[in-house]
Design a binder for this molecule. Structure first.
Ligand SMILES: [Fe+2]
Length: 535
């Protein structure tokens, strides 16, 4: 048996987390988990978790490694929280999502197709590249398609049964491909592209996080088509009719193809921020590189963020455009709007977890991310400022009439140290929310080292932390009514890096103190996102 270089290295800052990046064990049949403390009964429901399980596979040609965390082999997890008089009991099952792809990797020792950041030999012909990038659901086989960043139950327009007799889970990624799973067994059951929503949505990229209206359940996203004329189509899918309409078709010399992971939504507008994470050569560089990250041009601090404000309800399309100084973000936190005192404008506020540049994309190579990764210490020393998160609240003054000129974009608030993978109390979406929850990297490990609750008005933080324990995205579950915005719990799957096993942690959302936990006997992959479906 070969011993890799990593296995001989000591974990960075004695905070081990490798087990969360090498988690390949699946549990297909639900099993009960041992609960200590109390998980309150109001948290009853199902928590789904997405993301990569493992990234290394033994092949006939030696060990194959996925290079980038965003490309790890998808593994979906399901925690059933069942209400009892004394709190929730918990059942757990999980399933790997790309067994056929893994089989090909084992046989060939390589990973074909377009990825986020996979390093490859430049050997494929131009036409083979063209074919693979322009056919996002190229195989038709869900076991071959690594689509697993976000997850939704019965997503508008995408549920396979129009009669709605069956529930369907759908996973999303940064391309226009979507994948369907059985919500109980987690078995992959289909793959499709956004053209099933609307024939005009033929572009290659999209946000992994569609925005969702908390009142109607309607979803909003963009579809980005590469080419000489780069085009963003902002679209809306109704949760009641399941029909999709194009709200705006946007192109122009200032509209660049970019990696944009999420959008903003207010009661009146969809807002797309095009970060200067531009894809070179009108997007076509992806064909040569066969991965998105190497196709993204070097960060140019003179390139602005371009903000596009699109009308949701009255067919007015693109109503305002703003620019602001360069920065990058994966995740919008929330957005809301308020009328100005003179009613001349609607003040739109967009809350975001922001970086000064694109360093974080390169930090997420396993080489720079795992606690024994050979690149960790150097990368952190060299890019310390670039990988720090900041909270930013942008203020866009949208004129009430087209004749009025827009005022410049301003940053209304900004604070250092804000959690990534940010979530809020979902009933405060599109309203002025005060609290956000996320995972923080304070430099104590190679990855993240705590969960922060942040007061977005003041910048005050409350932290849950435990040495050697690496948390995943915290999901807010509201408690009984009238307890206020932070009345509830946050659920996070945490890796105990010393033991190499994970547990579902339940914290009071008010004071970030542990209420209870449910222990999994294996490591759950350090993944991306999740969704709690109330019982
Ligand atoms: Fe995300």
């Amino acid at each position: 048996m070969t011993v890799s270089i990593e296995e001989t290295r000591r974990p960075y800052k004695s905070w081990p987390n490798d087990a969360g990046f090498d988690a390949s064990i699946e549990q297909r049949t639900p099993i009960p988990l041992k609960v200590t403390g109390t998980i309150p009964s109001f948290a009853a429901g199902t928590l789904y978790r997405t993301g990569p399980g493992h990234h290394k596979e033994n092949t006939d040609r030696g060990e194959f490694r996925v290079s980038h965390w965003f490309d790890g082999f998808t593994h979906i997890h399901r925690f059933q929280l069942i209400s009892t008089p004394s709190g929730c009991t918990v059942l757990y099952n999980s399933r790997r999502q790309v067994d056929d792809l893994l089989e090909i990797v084992r046989k060939t020792g390589k990973l074909d197709g377009i990825s986020f950041g996979q390093k490859r030999e430049p050997c494929t012909s131009f036409f083979a590249k063209l074919k693979s990038v322009f056919e996002p659901q190229r195989s038709g086989n869900p076991q071959l398609e690594n689509v697993g960043v976000t997850i939704a139950l019965n997503a508008p327009g995408l549920s396979s049964s129009s009669e709605k007799r069956h529930n369907v889970l759908t996973t999303f990624t940064d391309t226009s491909a979507v994948k369907h799973l059985d919500p109980t067994t987690l078995k992959p059951i289909g793959v499709a592209s956004q053209t099933i929503l609307h024939p005009a949505l033929t572009g290659q990229l999209s946000a992994a996080h569609p925005a969702q209206c908390p009142l109607t359940g309607d979803t909003y996203n963009y579809n980005l088509a590469f080419g000489v004329a780069v085009t963003y189509r902002i679209f809306h899918t109704s949760a009641s009719t399941h029909e999709t309409s194009i709200l705006a078709t946007i192109s122009g010399t200032d509209i660049k193809p970019a990696y944009v992971h999420s959008l903003f939504l207010t009661p009146s507008f969809v807002i797309l921020a095009i970060w200067p994470s531009h894809i070179a050569a009108g997007g076509v560089k992806i064909l040569w590189e066969r991965n998105l990250l190497d196709a993204i041009a070097s960060f140019d601090p003179t390139n602005p963020i371009v903000w596009l404000v699109i009308d949701r309800h009255h067919g007015r399309g693109l109503v305002s455009k703003f620019t602001s100084p360069a920065a990058f973000a994966f995740h919008s936190i929330n957005a809301f709007e308020e009328p100005s005192l003179d009613a001349a404008t609607t003040e739109v506020f967009c809350d975001v977890v922001q970086y000064h540049n694109l360093d974080i994309l390169h930090k997420n190579y396993y080489y720079n991310l795992k606690s024994t990764g050979p690149g960790v210490a150097d990368f952190i020393a060299t890019h310390r400022e670039g990988i720090k998160t900041h909270f930013a609240r942008y203020r866009l003054s949208v004129p009430s009439t087209p004749s009025k000129k827009s005022r410049p974009t301003e940053i209304a608030k900004t604070y250092p140290l804000i959690g990534e993978l940010p979530t809020i109390n979902p009933s405060f979406a599109t309203k002025r929310a005060r609290f956000t929850y996320g995972v923080v990297d304070r430099g104590l490990s190679s990855f993240v080292d705590g969960i922060a609750k942040t007061d977005m008005e003041t910048g005050e933080n409350w932290i849950w932390e435990k040495m050697g324990h690496t948390p995943g995205e915290p999901i807010f579950v509201a408690g009984v009514e009238d307890e206020g915005e932070d009345g509830g719990v946050v659920l996070s799957v945490v890796l105990d890096g010393v033991k190499g096993t994970s547990y579902l942690l339940c914290l009071s959302a008010r004071n970030m103190v542990e209420l209870g936990r449910a222990e999994v006997l294996v490591a759950v992959g350090l993944g991306f996102h999740g969704r709690h479906i109330a019982a």
